[in-house]
Design a protein around this ligand. Structure first.
Ligand SMILES: NC(=O)c1ccc[n+]([C@@H]2O[C@H](COP(=O)([O-])OP(=O)(O)OC[C@H]3O[C@@H](n4cnc5c(N)ncnc54)[C@H](OP(=O)(O)O)[C@@H]3O)[C@@H](O)[C@H]2O)c1
Length: 260
């Protein structure tokens, strides 16, 4: 299947590790030029070099903190300055913040909204003029808590529900410009954030740690997902083969969510 991504330009926020990195690899393999951003420059530059080596694609690292408006301006500006176009925006940067409501301060709420909601709002606003040119695509990486918030899941579940509303509203508003806006709702996927938790805890092997997580969450498919499985889904949604798909929020959760 030809995905029609050769020569397209994609920006992936949080592209140095986990799902973002797997998405960069997948888009690079399809012949796209990929800009990845993250805060830690050393990890970011190492990831870009490695993905470029693996895929033969042009992978450009730009350090940026997406919770800061000025950084997002620089990220989109430098991308368009370098490539003269922007076709795909993947809003992926984020980290889990799931706690009991009474323990979450105003500051923690604001930080989560700045990272997950305003990061996406600002990058989409700046990307729209460029996405209009050839009909582009936005993919927002969210959490299944957006559809099915659990107890002690804030502020993340609330920020993610806002991200889902943003996805649907913009899919309607931008459809006439042939800009598609979709979301992928993550359940449990192997990534750097889980590996950090595993290292901090000590104990069993990494594979036993993931097997334990899958049992604890009673994931119907019986395992934690691979970052590549999400990266390939995002790449498909970004491609011309998904040209009739907009305004959807796809669960990538091994069947864990009780809602469609
Ligand atoms: N993996 C899961 O099971 C799971 C579950 C639900 C939702 N998700 C969502 O899926 C997305 C990817 O998660 P992941 O598990 O792949 O995470 P990960 O392995 O921890 O990678 C996160 C990436 O985002 C970057 N990042 C974090 N904060 C950033 C900021 N303020 N500005 C720019 N980049 C930033 C990180 O680099 P730096 O730290 O260097 O900035 C890193 O490249 C996140 O939005 C996460 O909330 C994941």
């Amino acid at each position: 299947m030809d995905l029609g991504l050769v020569g397209k330009v994609a920006v992936i926020t949080g592209g140095s590790e986990g799902i973002g990195r797997a998405t960069a690899r997948s888009l690079g393999r399809e012949g796209a030029h990929v800009v990845i951003c993250a805060r830690r420059t050393d990890v970011l530059e190492h990831a870009a070099a490695e993905i470029a080596r693996e895929t033969g694609a042009e992978i450009v690292p730009i350090s940026a903190d997406v919770s800061r408006g000025k950084d997002v301006e620089r990220l989109i500006g430098e991308t368009v300055g370098r490539f003269g176009r922007l076709d795909v925006l993947v809003n992926n940067a984020g980290t889990s913040q799931a706690r009991e409501f009474e323990t979450v301060s105003d500051e923690a709420w604001q930080d989560d909204l700045d990272l997950k909601l305003f990061g996406a709002i600002r990058s989409i606003r700046l990307a729209i003029p460029h996405l209009r040119v050839a009909g582009g695509s936005v993919i927002n990486v969210l959490n299944i808590g957006a559809k099915q918030p659990a107890a002690a899941s804030v502020p993340t579940s609330v920020s993610r529900a806002a991200g889902m509303a943003l996805t649907k509203a913009l899919s309607k508003e931008l459809a006439s410009a042939q800009i598609r806006v979709n979301a992928v709702l993550i359940g449990l996927i192997k990534s750097a954030q889980h590996e950090r938790r595993w290292q901090a805890q000590g104990g069993p092997s990494l594979s036993d740690f993931y097997a334990g997580m899958a049992r604890e969450r009673a994931i119907p498919l019986g395992r934690v997902g691979e970052a590549e499985e999400v990266g390939d889904l995002i790449t498909f949604l970004a491609s011309s083969r998904a040209a009739y798909i907009t305004g959807v929020a796809i669960n990538a959760d091994g069947g864990a969510s009780a809602v469609v």
